[in-house]
Design a binder for this molecule. Structure first.
Ligand SMILES: Cc1ncc(COP(=O)(O)O)c(C=O)c1O
Length: 451
């Protein structure tokens, strides 16, 4: 073990020292096929293979210029805590045999404060926003069933009468609807407000009014993944109250705008949601995999997730985490979040959030002035979208060229029927000099295409 620990220190230090210089993405990586070794090949051989064949083909996704999807890095405090999570190897399943469950409860309490959410919200740390959206779907399903005297978790869907309304649900939310048995196609799409991805409130009200479904669910966003549009949560919450509809808000990364600007800004009304999805491996910059699920109806989650087994009996009033989540055995994934909040506080976290927003503006200003590029929309948060002005149909080739150069990694999006390139900045290390490096690289990619 001592040898592993010193090798670990050496390898981790080397990797972190070169992160900034590594290609942001390693395209076309390949693993050598090897048959299973029946006899031990030993730690030295495994280490050599790792060093020669695996590490050189890793991406710099933890670094400052991996701007694909919405991806955070791992801040130093969280990384340290995450290493310890494996060392401690606690099973945060049932409370009562270690302090780990209490740490998760304290973390949830700090998160409520960080995001200005009332104490009526409770929940748990999940593996990411996708699993939080799955929990949201099964909790809303239970709400829908209870209205029709059907205990869905126990008795199945029983031809439940449900209508689900959304304008721009994240792909993971659509996946969650499929997994929960609603069906991925079972969404009533509400038209968006012009030039945004936000729900048109008047049209939502009209549809809620005309809906013949007994149970109604509204899926809102804060923020969407392409244009970072925020739904008008205050108005939607009022409508949900009026029409007795469940309101779920996917605030995977948009909730950090609330951490920065307070409860009366773009997420105003979030406090009235029935459930909320949050992602911590995005803007909180803790390592994968870490998300959060909050709800004001924890009893409905328990109705969906709790099963009886003699060895799982709980004698306390508080629900065990295994009774309100997908997994029974659970990693101590609260610790890196706890450590991050403890170490940096709101001020420290807000520092990298506002730096990302400033850097996004710098990039957008450059794009807006570029003779060959068009800025797709004015950024309001951390995503800058753009396309080739004269030949928009070749924008995908430009994206390939940029990613091949390896200085910055960007991913595709679609906006108003056009293929666009998206730069989503959510890494704690990204600074002005990274924007300069990216600009030089994008310029080179444009020139390569024209050559
Ligand atoms: C708004 C939103 N919801 C959900 C997800 C899914 O998150 P994860 O991949 O962490 O499960 C994402 C990821 O980009 C997202 O942006």
């Amino acid at each position: 073990m001592q040898e592993y620990l010193s090798q670990f220190n050496h390898l981790a230090s080397l990797f972190l020292a070169q992160l900034d210089k590594m290609p942001s993405a390693k395209l076309n990586s390949q693993i050598k096929h090897k048959s299973l070794s029946e006899v031990p090949s030993g730690a030295t051989s495994a280490l050599l293979t790792l060093q020669k064949e695996i590490i050189p083909q890793l991406s710099g996704s933890a670094g400052p210029r991996y701007w694909g999807f919405v991806t955070g890095g791992a801040n130093p405090a969280a990384l340290f805590a995450d290493w310890l999570v494996s060392t401690f190897d606690q099973n945060v399943s049932k409370g009562g045999d270690s302090i780990a469950s209490e740490v998760e409860h304290q973390t949830l309490s700090w998160l409520r404060e960080l995001f200005y959410l009332p104490d009526t919200f409770d929940g748990l740390i999940t593996t990411g926003a996708t699993s939080s959206n799955i929990l949201a779907a099964i909790t809303a399903r239970q709400f829908a069933g209870n209205k029709q005297n059907v205990h869905v978790a126990k008795d199945g869907m029983n031809n439940l009468s449900v209508e689900i309304f959304a304008s721009c649900p994240h792909a993971s939310m659509v996946k969650a609807l499929g997994l929960a048995g609603f069906g991925q196609h079972n969404i009533t799409f509400i038209e968006k407000v012009e030039n945004t991805e936000s729900i048109n409130i008047e049209l939502l009200e009209q549809d809620l009014l005309e809906s013949r479904a007994v149970s109604k669910i509204v899926l809102a966003s804060a923020a969407t993944v392409t244009t970072t549009s925020f739904d008008n949560l205050e108005s939607i919450a009022k409508l949900c109250q009026k029409y007795n509809a469940w309101l779920h808000v996917d605030a995977a990364f948009g909730i950090f705008e609330r951490c920065l600007n307070g409860p009366d800004s773009l997420t105003k009304g979030l406090e009235f949601a029935d459930s909320i999805t949050v992602d911590f491996h995005k803007w909180l910059n803790v390592p994968y995999d870490a998300g959060g699920f909050f709800t004001q109806h924890l009893n409905l989650v328990a109705q969906s997730c709790e099963v009886v087994a003699p060895y799982l009996i709980n004698n306390s009033d508080k629900k065990d985490f295994l009774a309100i989540g997908i997994e029974n055995s659970r990693r101590f994934r609260a610790l890196p979040i706890w450590y991050t909040i403890h170490t940096y506080g709101r001020e420290g976290i807000n520092q990298w959030i506002s730096q990302n927003i400033e850097c996004t503006k710098l990039l957008a200003n450059w794009v807006a002035k570029h003779p060959k590029l068009t800025l797709a929309f004015e950024p309001n948060l951390n995503v800058c979208g753009f396309y080739l002005s004269e030949q928009p149909q070749k924008t995908n080739l430009l994206l390939d060229e940029i990613n091949q150069l390896g200085e910055v990694f960007l991913s595709p999006g679609e906006w108003q029927g056009k293929f666009i390139i998206r730069a989503a900045l959510s890494n704690w290390q990204t600074k002005e000099s990274d924007i300069e490096i990216a600009i030089t690289s994008i310029e080179r990619a444009i020139n390569n295409m024209c050559a």
